[in-house]
Design a protein around this ligand. Structure first.
Ligand code: FES
Ligand code: FES
Length: 159
């Protein structure tokens, strides 16, 4: 066990944990942040995705000690009900979710993608999201929502 500081959603918190423990367990079990989900535990589905220093990271295979001073952002830190991230807003408008289990991964991955590539084409978006899974088959509405958000974010940057 070790004492580990984690900067999550703008707040530094200390936990006692095995350094090899996945970041996902620290977020869910130690910090009570339940947006990142356990899907496969093998970096295959994306349900556990969070941002570390702006990069989309699969927290199920990221040792908590590997985060270091990195700034972790979860879905709860991306936007709020009062001030949602454009992708969160578009998800609601497009009525994307079915069971909702996968949503965290798609939104966090898409948000990092649009941040790093504000001019992402449809092809870029499809490619960037290709490693994610949705068992409910909401892929087409996900793409509509992400493209809607991408267009709005681009318009805001120009304004
Ligand atoms: S739970 Fe992490 S990628 Fe599936
Ligand atoms: S909405 Fe059910 S797994 Fe994607």
């Amino acid at each position: 066990m070790a004492r580990i500081n984690l900067d999550v959603n703008g707040k530094v918190q200390t936990i006692d944990a095995d350094p090899d423990m996945p970041l996902l367990y620290a977020l869910r079990n130690d910090l009570g942040l339940n947006n990142p989900h356990f899907g496969c535990g093998l970096a295959q589905c994306g349900a556990c995705t969070v941002h570390v220093d702006g990069q989309a990271v699969r927290s199920c295979v990221t040792p908590v000690s590997a985060v270091g001073n990195g700034k972790v952002v979860t879905l709860a830190g991306l936007g709020t009900p009062e001030k949602p991230h454009p992708i969160q807003k578009a998800y609601v408008e497009e009525q994307v979710p079915q069971c909702g289990y996968c949503i965290n991964g798609w939104i966090m991955t898409a948000a990092a993608l649009l941040e790093s590539n504000p001019r992402a084409t449809d092809e870029d978006i499809r490619k960037g999201l290709s490693g994610l899974k949705c068992r409910c088959g909401t892929h087409m509405s996900i793409l509509r929502a992400v493209k809607l958000a991408a267009g709005r974010m681009a318009a805001e940057r120009k304004a």
